[in-house]
Design a protein around this ligand. Structure first.
Ligand SMILES: [Zn+2]
Length: 193
């Protein structure tokens, strides 16, 4: 099973190549919780003989401790969750892990909605206002709303030149286009390719 490119990059940023391997294991064991020991063994089986070595200073190619640290990184980024159970015979805790990659989807959706809201606010602002600019100072990018221009007697405060109405149709068209584009951004439900 492979990870979708976005998730792969995110995992890499959080914990490097080990995090990608751990992410693959969490996806593979989606229907059952998996222990950190099992994750370590599975990754070792998978990378055995491929020249990959996550522990350059050690004879082992991957240590349980490295996997645990990575799992905690994913946990603190809200991408993984665990429950622990005390082993009655040894008295030690056993940690069972699962991924929370679906949470990512809600973050993306939230971001998309935020952008959508900002664009709509800006569009509304452009549509509801007349803007005035000084053509002599056009490079300064100053825009005045009607009430502001009125206060200034339609005179540019910079150079004293006349403030003229600006046609903001291009900006409005541009914003509408952006809104449609943003709406069509599809967020994949499946994280597998
Ligand atoms: Zn001016």
């Amino acid at each position: 099973m492979s990870l979708n490119p976005f998730l792969r990059s995110l995992l890499y940023l959080i914990g490097g190549d080990v995090a990608i391997e751990v992410g693959i294991e969490l996806l593979n064991s989606e229907n059952e919780d998996i222990t950190d020991e099992d994750i370590t063994e599975n990754i070792k089986d998978r990378i055995e003989g491929k020249g990959i070595d996550f522990e350059p200073d050690d004879s082992d190619i991957l240590k349980l401790n490295t996997v645990r640290k990575t799992l905690y990184k994913l946990y603190s980024e809200k991408l993984a969750q665990f429950r622990r159970i005390r082993d009655k015979s040894t008295g030690w805790f056993i940690y069972y892990w699962w991924h929370e990659f679906d949470f990512l989807e809600s973050i993306l959706l939230e971001k998309k909605n935020y952008v959508q809201r900002k664009l709509r606010d800006r569009l509304q602002y452009e549509e509801n206002n007349y803007f005035f600019i000084c053509k002599a100072c056009e490079m300064s990018n100053m825009k005045y709303r009607f009430d502001e221009a009125f206060e200034l007697n339609f005179r540019c405060p910079e150079c004293g030149g006349p403030l003229e109405a600006q046609d903001n149709q291009k900006i409005i068209d541009f914003l509408k286009e952006k809104i449609v584009l943003n709406q069509n951004v599809t967020i994949s439900k499946e994280f597998e390719e």
